[in-house]
Design a protein around this ligand. Structure first.
Ligand SMILES: Cc1cc2nc3c(=O)[nH]c(=O)nc-3n(C[C@H](O)[C@H](O)[C@H](O)COP(=O)(O)OP(=O)(O)OC[C@H]3O[C@@H](n4cnc5c(N)ncnc54)[C@H](O)[C@@H]3O)c2cc1C
Length: 475
């Protein structure tokens, strides 16, 4: 019996027919990332039902030297959950581990299996008038394990932080199968390194996250959502600074998009309408969260602030959503930018950050520089201005051949975007992670000391190199 056949037969004996399969038809949907940019091969798919089974399975993988590729909802953007083409690795899914283990409503904490889907978590906690204050477009498939492993962000980071700020306890299976149990949440704990933070954002390269204790917030009593037309990205930043000064405690989200994105969205959603009359170079969508019964006062404060800004001609136009339906319609426009841009044709996407105050200058400098160097391309930046993080997309010239263009000129464009981002003191990955997509660029551009530290940590925790090899950190 070959090594692979011996491994498969032991895996089947350990996990049972529901827990392990090598059936090519069942494996097929797991082998390509959702954007269709990466495809690999795997010798099997494991779906253990408990942390103990994950531990036993990883021990088996270590014994046979079989690489393990964890996959959650496969909504990641950088090919982190897709195996390589060698076909000697095994996919590990926690889809059968999707339960709530403990729910402390008064203490506002919940312990969940890592296979739980984000949207389901939202629904469970909302039923108890609480909320998990992190959301993103892929919430219907993204799992807690995937969100932790990518340190996901989303549209509420401005107020609540990334996944790092939501996780207060973690359980993970390490490369040798040991279970690291740090689920108990302690407000103060100074027993050395914060090992849970090491696992957060490690993209499955240091351990398999099997469970987490998450912090919850009180449900929003109400929200005030507004759409603002602006003449420049600088004007958007100035509005953000004003909001942070006067409505700091309420400001929950601040997203921007240029006119180009809004018109793509309006073409993509035939029933949607522009919230404002007239044309504006930039648009901002802002959300204020209201607690208790202060909705009218928050709305009045925002109305007064926007009226002042209009008077001073710092903003061009603004509308506050009259009701929840209109608020949802505004957010739908924002959430539809990525699919609408995708419909236009090939593009290369970069989720970058620079220091928040520098972002308007960066957009105004980097966009034209790229368009000049690569004639016919169009740069569009949209997203989380409040976090100094935009999705910096460069659209292909008309007539570019999909696939071919991304692999040719697209790669040169990405290298230039990352060079510029690094020159401006920024990050080549603000929230999507490194995966296999950016592993070369990280090695090229990151500080050598940071890279060496990451390699040392990887070698210490996974000396055999079986956890998600070829992703994030090159050893
Ligand atoms: C429409 C849309 C909008 C999005 N918007 C945002 C956004 O605003 N902000 C943002 O940050 N992301 C966004 N994303 C990206 C994506 O949703 C996040 O990266 C998410 O965290 C991935 O979760 P997942 O369960 O799908 O993980 P996967 O894609 O399956 O995996 C992601 C990585 O985590 C590893 N992994 C998965 N599960 C585990 C586990 N249990 N233990 C260890 N490693 C594991 C994988 O190996 C891989 O490296 C968006 C995606 C979509 C489709």
């Amino acid at each position: 019996m070959s090594n692979a056949a011996a491994f498969a037969s032991e895996a089947q004996a350990l996990l049972g027919p529901r827990g392990f399969t090598c059936d090519p038809e069942l494996l097929e949907p797991w082998l390509t990332d959702w954007r269709g940019r990466f495809t690999g091969k795997a010798l099997g798919l494991a779906s253990p039902a408990s942390t103990e089974q994950v531990s036993q399975f990883v021990k088996l993988c270590a014994k046979h030297n079989v690489p393990v590729v964890p996959q959650g909802g496969n909504s990641g953007m950088v090919g982190g959950a897709t195996p390589d083409k060698a076909g000697n690795s095994v996919l590990l899914s926690l889809r059968r581990m999707n339960q709530v283990r403990q729910f402390d409503v008064s203490g506002k904490q919940i312990i969940v299996d890592a296979g739980l889907v984000l949207q389901t978590l939202h629904e469970i906690v909302e039923a108890e008038h609480l909320r998990f204050p992190l959301t993103l477009g892929g919430k219907g498939s993204a799992t807690i394990g995937g969100l932790i492993s990518t340190n996901a962000g989303g549209t509420q980071v401005l107020r609540h932080g990334t996944m790092r700020a939501q996780v207060v306890g973690i359980e993970a299976v390490l490369a040798d199968g040991q279970i690291f149990d740090a689920l108990t949440a302690l407000k103060k704990d100074n027993r050395g390194f914060d090992l849970k933070q090491l696992l957060i954002g490690s993209e499955g390269t240091l351990g398999i996250v099997t469970g987490a204790t998450l912090k919850l917030a009180p449900a929003m009593a109400d929200r005030v959502v507004a759409w603002v037309g602006l003449k420049s990205i600088h004007a958007a930043r100035e509005l953000l600074v004003k909001l942070e000064t006067h409505l700091f405690d309420e400001l929950e989200g601040f997203e921007v998009m240029p006119a180009h994105c809004l018109s793509s969205v309006l073409q993509h959603l035939p029933d949607a309408r522009n919230p404002l009359e007239g044309d504006h170079a930039w648009h901002a969508l802002l959300e204020l969260a209201v607690s208790g019964n202060s909705a009218q006062s928050v709305r009045d404060q925002l109305e007064a602030l926007l009226a002042e800004e209009l008077e001073a001609q710092s903003i061009a136009d603004a509308v506050i959503a009259a009701n929840e339906k209109q608020a949802e319609d505004f957010w739908l426009l924002r959430d539809s930018v990525a699919p609408a841009e995708k419909e236009i044709g090939p593009a290369v996407q970069h989720d970058i950050s620079v220091p928040v105050a520098k972002m308007p200058d960066f957009i105004e400098t980097a966009g034209p520089a790229l368009e000049a160097r690569f004639p016919g391309t169009k740069s569009v930046s949209f997203g989380h201005l409040g976090d100094g993080n935009v999705h910096f997309h460069v659209l292909a010239p008309p007539g570019a051949v999909p696939g071919e263009w991304e692999d040719g000129e697209g790669k040169l464009i990405s290298a230039m975007v990352y060079d510029l981002t690094s020159e401006w003191g920024g990050s080549i990955s603000a929230e999507h992670g490194i995966g296999q997509m950016k592993i070369g660029e990280l090695a090229r551009l990151n500080d050598p000391v940071s890279l060496q530290l990451m390699r040392s940590v990887k070698l210490a925790l996974d000396p055999q190199g079986i956890l998600n090899p070829g992703k994030l950190v090159a050893v």
